[in-house]
Write a protein that binds this ligand. Structure first.
Ligand code: CA
Length: 223
């Protein structure tokens, strides 16, 4: 298992690298956001420990760039104590877990173990598209591992489009598959639901094909 540590504080960086190496991981480290981003973008890590306050490029930007480029490795962010907004920003950017500073090294190790365990989970019947996953059995939607709360209609809409990933689905077809017969079938409302869904998902997977309908496709891999 190979782990990347991105932390600018030299002592903390050394301690993290030391503890993770002692725990049996292969560890690379970077001291600024630019170098960290480059490594995470080009090397296959199983997990990353990412500080948010970094020189040159901050941790949230690093994480956002990785996720936009389709890098899916689990990321544990290090946040300043009592900065709840750091955590929110970090999770929104695609973090999988966090540890607030100052922390006990044992907690970082335990969280890394948990992240690796989850990442190694076997394939399921989940429907996915880029960072977006829909688990039909649990009726659960996640983006980069973070749960997204959807109304039942939004869930059905997304589920239908994911089942037909890569194909353009017309509004009329959606109306046919989303509503029961007694529903007032106004296809204009679909546009409103798609807009809301797109906003909630926050990832570029749900495209509008002008005059034809909607299509779920993998996000662009541009960094
Ligand atoms: Ca820092």
């Amino acid at each position: 298992m190979r782990i990347l540590v991105v932390e600018d504080d030299p002592d903390l960086n050394r301690q993290l690298v030391g503890a993770l190496s002692d725990a049996g991981y292969v560890v690379d480290s970077a001291r600024d956001g630019e170098e960290g981003h480059f490594l995470g973008d080009t090397e296959p890590y199983d997990a990353v420990v990412l500080d948010l306050g970094l020189p040159i490029m901050d941790g949230v930007s690093v994480l956002e760039k990785w996720r936009r480029a389709g890098r899916k490795m689990p990321v544990l962010i290090l946040t300043a104590r009592d900065r709840w907004s750091d955590k929110v920003q970090g999770f929104d950017a695609g973090a999988d877990d966090y540890v607030a500073k100052p922390f006990h090294m044992e907690e970082v190790l335990a969280r890394i173990r948990a992240l690796l365990r989850r990442a190694g989970g076997h394939a399921t019947s989940e429907l996915s598209c880029g960072p977006l996953m829909l688990d039909p059995k649990a009726a659960r939607v996640t983006v980069n591992g973070q749960a997204v709360k959807l109304t039942s209609l939004e869930f059905r809409l997304l589920s239908y489009l994911l089942h037909h990933k890569g194909r353009v689905v017309s509004r009329a077809e959606l109306v046919d598959h989303l509503y029961d017969q007694d529903f007032d079938r106004d296809s204009n409302t679909i546009e409103v639901f798609v807009g809301r869904l797109r906003k909630k998902l926050g990832v570029e997977v749900l495209r509008t094909i002008r005059g034809l309908g909607y299509c779920v496709t993998e996000p662009d891999n541009a960094a």
